[in-house]
Design a protein around this ligand. Structure first.
Ligand code: AKB
Length: 314
């Protein structure tokens, strides 16, 4: 099957880079980018772009039919920190968009779906170190609840309706092209911008808050790899644990100081600390490594070099 792809949420942090990568792999004409607004001009101007409201079934279906789409990457979501401010909006956006896409697949319009889950599915009762694939999952944020429930529905649609849906639990994603919006792990991007701009950063998590993180290039590679894997290789239809590196704000600060020796950091924790405290410190992603050969490339020093090099040029 030649993929005819629709990316929903293409203007966001991961959606934008996924759009560029998929256009490189499949050609501009086979990848339609869409979002609710024109906020990211580099995406809007990079090929066919449609305004699609992920919460409106007709809006998604019209775009699918207009472009003869057979594959959807659903990247639109409200993340953990914003979700705590607007619980019902987070629930509506994250769940309605998923049901629309799963139902389009059930009805035969779509042959393949990518939907991201997150380490936010885990909660305070989950083992924090090397968190297993199958473990206690009692999330305490609205975002985490939508991801947990979404995972259950993905597995259900696969089992009962044969929907080819694939998913990974993203850790915090670090990138320089597009800023993240409304997540608990956003400090790990902001810190590079502030280091270059102001030589100092006030971190909203405490210095020893260790969280699983990943460079964007690795996240995109994982997303493309799981979608390109043979159907029979995908043994988990809820969502795969995925890991690269784990570090604290203090460790990240030290990595930046190797390049900017007079960089300073202060810590002023807010409500995002309470969210981070419920998440794992590190993740066991052996199922992804065994089933579809997942491998990461970037450690903290490599991420830091890429971030500082690229941000100082842009
Ligand atoms: C967030 O912080 O909410 C996201 C995530 C880990 O899913 N980056």
């Amino acid at each position: 099957m030649t993929p005819k792809i629709l990316i929903i949420g293409a203007c966001g942090q991961i959606g934008s880079e996924l759009t560029f990568k998929l256009r490189e792999l499949h050609g501009n004409d086979n990848v339609i980018a869409s979002d609710i607004n024109y906020n990211n001009l580099s995406v809007v101007n990079s090929g066919t772009f449609e305004i699609v409201d992920a919460q409106d079934y007709a809006s998604v279906k019209d775009c699918v039919e207009k472009h003869d789409i057979n594959t959807i990457y659903l990247m639109a979501a409200m993340l953990s920190a914003t979700g705590e401010k607007y619980p019902m909006k987070a629930w509506d956006l994250n769940m309605n968009s998923l049901f629309h896409v799963l139902n389009l697949a059930k009805e035969g319009f779509i042959k393949k779906v990518f939907w991201p889950s997150s380490i936010a599915v885990f909660g305070p009762t989950t083992p924090k170190d090397n968190t297993p694939q199958h473990t206690i999952v009692e999330p305490s944020t609205v975002y985490g609840i939508t991801k947990q429930v979404g995972e259950r529905w993905c597995e259900y649609y696969h089992k009962n309706y044969g929907v080819d849906v694939r998913s990974i639990r993203y850790p915090g994603i670090i990138s320089w092209k597009t800023l993240p919006g409304g997540g608990t792990t956003d400090y790990a991007v902001e810190i590079y911008h502030e280091a270059l701009k102001n030589n100092t950063y006030e971190c909203f998590l405490s210095e020893d808050t260790k969280l699983p993180m990943m460079f964007m290039d690795d996240a995109i590679k994982a997303t493309v790899d799981i979608m390109h894997a043979n159907n029979s290789a995908i043994k988990i239809r809820s969502s795969y644990n995925l890991a690269a590196v784990s570090f604290t704000p203090k460790e990240m600060f030290k990595a930046i100081q190797k390049h900017i020796p007079d960089f300073t950091i202060t810590y002023k924790t807010d409500y995002r600390q309470d969210i981070a405290d419920t998440w794992p410190k590190s993740i066991d992603d052996s199922h992804a490594r065994n089933d579809w050969n997942w491998e990461h490339s970037f450690d903290l020093d490599a991420i830091t070099k890429e971030m500082l090099d690229n941000l100082s040029k842009s």
